[in-house]
Design a protein around this ligand. Structure first.
Ligand code: ZN
Length: 203
């Protein structure tokens, strides 16, 4: 399986990082080795002094497809989840400045937290899903899918122009504002509405 990540999909996070608003989605990949294993803590890698959390809604692909029209995109996923796109921000800034790819900052081991998934039929509207991240019991990130620049179906249309989507692939749909550094002993818990989707400890 592969993980397809979308960058800069929430206007407030674009402002926070002083990035330009994109005219098309920003796309990068994480390999399957970046998935944090269940019940394991996240170890801050030695090559970064500024690993930040990015809480994101996830879409799990259930059907093989290529060049999927957004009208039909809803047939390619049944479940929505929540996860974290861990980012070595210091390293990413250096790479960005040099115009180099971001993989070392985004695709390292453990950088993809994939929490549980639930049926999309549980949501009244996919473009109105509230989610949040708590760090040590305090809410640090809050988002709603209504604020995404590109909705799930539009993202599927866009990314499937470039990559064949396969069963089990996961799309990380971008983070809202509030990204911040994690420190040893922090506990991060992700919620959709009031339901917990993951909880992890930082080491
Ligand atoms: Zn992200």
């Amino acid at each position: 399986m592969k993980i397809i990540c979308i960058g800069r999909n929430y206007a407030d996070h674009i402002t926070e990082l002083k990035n330009e608003k994109p005219t098309e989605p920003i796309v990068f990949l994480k390999p399957d080795t970046s998935i944090l294993l269940k019940k394991q803590p996240f170890f801050i890698p030695e090559f970064s002094n500024e690993v930040q959390h990015e809480v994101e809604l996830l879409v799990k692909i259930t059907k093989v497809g290529k060049h999927i029209d957004k009208k039909f995109a809803h047939k390619y996923y049944d479940e929505i989840g929540l996860g974290i796109d861990f980012t070595a921000r210091d390293l990413q800034q250096q790479l960005k400045q040099k115009g180099l790819p971001w993989e070392k900052a985004k695709a390292f081991d453990g950088a993809a937290v994939i929490g549980k998934f639930v049926s999309k039929s549980r949501f009244e509207a996919l473009d109105n899903i509230s989610f949040s991240l708590k760090k040590n019991e305090q809410v640090v990130q809050k988002g709603n899918s209504s604020h995404m620049l590109w909705q799930f179906d539009e993202l599927i249309e866009y990314v499937s122009k470039y990559f064949t989507l396969k069963i089990g692939d996961v799309i990380f749909t971008g983070t809202p504002a509030g990204v911040a550094k994690v420190n040893p002993d922090d506990v991060l818990a992700g919620f959709i509405a009031d339901e917990e989707f993951f909880k992890i400890r930082i080491k």
